[in-house]
Every structure is written in C-alpha cells, then in structure tokens.
Design a protein around this ligand. Structure first.
Ligand code: NAI
Ligand code: ISE
Length: 345
C-alpha cells in the first residue's frame, strides 16, 4: 500500500522531504500540499512534477479523505496547530522540530495523543538515524566502555544569518544534541548551566557566540556541548563519550584524503543538509514503513518533543541567569515508557 502524504509548509526542508519521498524513498506519495505562501505550494507541485492537490490551509488538507499522513514542515510556531488537528483526525504525523514552540504546547500534543490511545506522531530528530550515532548507541547499550561518565560534544556551523539570536543556539541548534544525547545514554536531564567564552568577532552584535552548555543527567553524567555558529571552517558535529573502560567517538564523515601542494588534506562539509542526508532518508523511510502497516511510528515521540522543549527552556533560562537551572520533566507517561530503540532501518 502506498502511504498518501500531505505536506504542510513547502519551504526549504519541506521541499527537501518532498524530493526524497518522490525520488529516493519507497512506499510514499505526496498527494497534497499547502503553504501560507500559495505560490510556494504551487511551485513545489510543478518543480517535483507531483500529482498533488494544493489546499488553502492545513485544516482542509488534514480533512482530505485521500491523505493518510501529514508532514509538518512549516515554521515552528505553526506546528502545534497542525499536529493537534492531525491527531484529532486520527492521521499519522511526521513533524519537523520543534514539535511546538512551548513546553505547554508539547504537553497538549502528548495529552491529545494519549487520549487518542495510539502513537501517531514522529518528531524529525534525524540524528538517531545517523549510522555514527547508532554505532555510539550500540557501544553504550552493550557496555563496551562500561558506565558512561562524561560526554563532550561540539555543534559548529560556518556562519549564521543576522536574524539568528543567542537563544536560537539552543532552540534551533543545540536541540539536536538535547534529543540525541538522552537517547544515547537512556537517561534524563536534571540541570543545566551555560557559559560564554570570549566572543568571536564574526558574530553579529546581538549574538553571543560561542557558548558552552553543560547538562547533567539523573545518573550523574556530565555533558558539555560547545555551540559555535560562526566557526568559519565548516559544519562540524563532534561527540565523544568517556566511560569507565574506554572512550568512543562519533566517526568523522568519510572523504578522500589528498596529497597536494605539499599538504595532506581531507575536505570538510559546510552544509548541515549534507552531513545528515542519509539520516533524513532513513527517518522518513522508517516512518513510511511503520505507518503503512497501520502500526505506530517508532522514531522520536511526542514525549521526546516535550523533553526537548522543557530542556531547551531551562537552557535559555541558564543563558539569561548565568546560574544552574533545574530541568523538571516529571514522570514519563506509561504510554511512552521503555528504553528508546536502536532504529533498525
Ligand atoms: P522555511 O522558512 O524555509 O519554510 C517554512 C515554510 O512554511 C515557508 O514556506 C512558509 O511560508 C510556510 N508556513 C509558515 N507557516 C505556515 C502555515 N501555518 N501553514 C502552512 N505553511 C506555513 O523554513 P525551513 O528551514 O524549511 O524550516 C521549517 C521547519 O523545519 C522549522 O521548524 C525548522 O526548525 C525545521 N528544520 C529542521 C531541520 C532538521 O535538521 N531536522 C533543518 C532545518 C529546518
Ligand atoms: C538547523 O536549524 C538544523 O536543524 C540543523 O540540523 C542544525 O545542525 C543547524 O545548526 C540548525 O541551524
């Protein structure tokens, strides 16, 4: 059976996902699109040669009988309304991060999904589908390095635009580490501190860059992540887990080494789209495969979206206060219980 998908938001990542579902993946077809910018929606249909209807808004698209699942790729503040409408209609939902822009909004989605009684929602935290992170997860789960004690990460972008603000280093950028790290060690965050080293001259006047975010987990694991979004040299994601018996590191992205002009070199990536291109494919293929069978999506849940939001709020408070801030998630609802899986696609 082909999963009939409606796309809400045909901007940058919406178009990327349309392209991959149409050209690279199997089992899914884009049958409906909408965007507040109607021209963008029409252009997506034309550019990807889709046999899809353009709807005036998310509500009418979600109500369409021939739409089995929705892909929410609009701006963050619009996500909550579309996800809640999707759940109310009993449709499967793949929602890009953030699930909602407030913890309260995420909680409403969690409550609606629990009331519905079946998991319908997957959040687009694609790193869990990256083969490097999967190898790290396997090493942790199999106790290859014993108990994990510390994690050191870096999330570096070559540059950002003028609109990027200090809090976005958390809500837009660190949020991927927030999601993937608690999944990696199967633990919850309890507190966070943020410190600001000397500022780079490449950052705009209103942006504090770089910053170092230190999270602590219930089990006592200390996680430091450097977010540096004007690092200039490339897009660079680092992760090293230090355990009682050894250390494991995220593999470097494969690329040929070259000897030229008296130098030994390897090219680095500069664009996040390329770094996780396989992971984006795999997360969506997994979503399509699971829900086509009428099952539940196996990827990051609404509860993971809620964890990311509560944690991000505490990180932003810590940026502002300069103090340690508590992260209080409350008990995990039984509906989302159990250790998160190693996705096997
Ligand atoms: P974008 O600005 O390129 O596209 C957003 C599109 O949504 C625009 O075309 C806009 O007109 C449309 N839109 C806004 N409100 C709408 C509404 N109520 N109904 C229908 N359409 C609406 O933004 P981009 O980069 O595509 O990001 C979209 C989402 O994806 C964001 O939440 C962003 O955080 C997330 N994202 C996730 C990434 C990842 O690595 N997982 C990477 C990049 C973005
Ligand atoms: C962007 O919004 C993303 O989601 C990318 O995955 C991330 O690496 C980048 O830093 C963000 O700005």
């Amino acid at each position: 059976m082909t999963l009939r998908i409606g796309v809400i938001g045909t901007g940058a990542i919406g178009r990327e996902h349309i392209r991959r579902i149409t050209n690279n993946l199997s089992g899914g077809e884009i049958v409906a699109v909408t965007d507040v910018n109607a021209d963008a929606a029409k252009a997506a249909v034309e550019n990807y040669n889709l046999n899809a209807k353009v709807y005036p808004d998310d509500v009418s698209l979600i109500a369409a009988d021939d739409v089995d699942a929705i892909l929410v790729t609009s701006w963050g503040p619009a996500h909550q309304q579309s996800v809640l409408a999707g759940i109310a209609a009993g449709k499967y939902v793949f929602c890009e991060k953030p699930l909602a822009t407030t913890a309260e909004g995420c909680r409403q989605i969690v409550d609606a999904e629990i009331a519905h009684g079946k998991r319908l929602v997957q959040v687009g935290f694609m790193r869990r589908y990256d083969s490097g992170y999967q190898q790290l997860k396997r090493a942790v789960d199999e106790r290859f390095i014993g108990e994990p004690l510390m994690i050191r990460c870096a999330h570096r972008n070559p540059e950002v635009n003028e609109a990027y603000t200090t809090d976005m280093a958390v809500t837009d950028t660190l949020v991927h580490e927030i999601d993937v790290l608690h999944w990696l060690v199967n633990d919850d965050y309890t507190s966070v501190r943020v410190s600001f080293p000397k500022k780079t001259r490449h950052a705009s006047s209103h942006l504090r860059d770089p910053q170092v975010i230190t999270l602590e987990t219930k089990g006592g694991i200390l996680i430091t992540t450097e977010v540096f979004v004007n690092c200039k040299y490339g897009y660079d994601i680092q992760c090293e887990i230090i355990g009682e018996e050894g250390i494991v590191r995220l593999p470097e992205v494969a690329g040929i080494t070259y000897r030229k002009n008296a130098q030994l070199g390897v090219d680095l990536l500069t664009d996040w789209k390329d770094r996780f291109i396989d992971a984006y494919d795999r997360e969506l293929q997994d979503f399509i495969d699971q829900v086509s069978k009428g099952g539940e999506p196996q990827g990051p849940t609404s509860w993971d979206g809620y964890i990311a939001s509560v944690t991000a709020d505490a990180c932003v408070r810590a940026q502002e206060s300069g103090q340690e801030e508590t992260i209080d998630l409350g008990p995990t609802p039984e509906f989302y219980g159990g250790a998160a899986p190693l996705y096997s696609v």
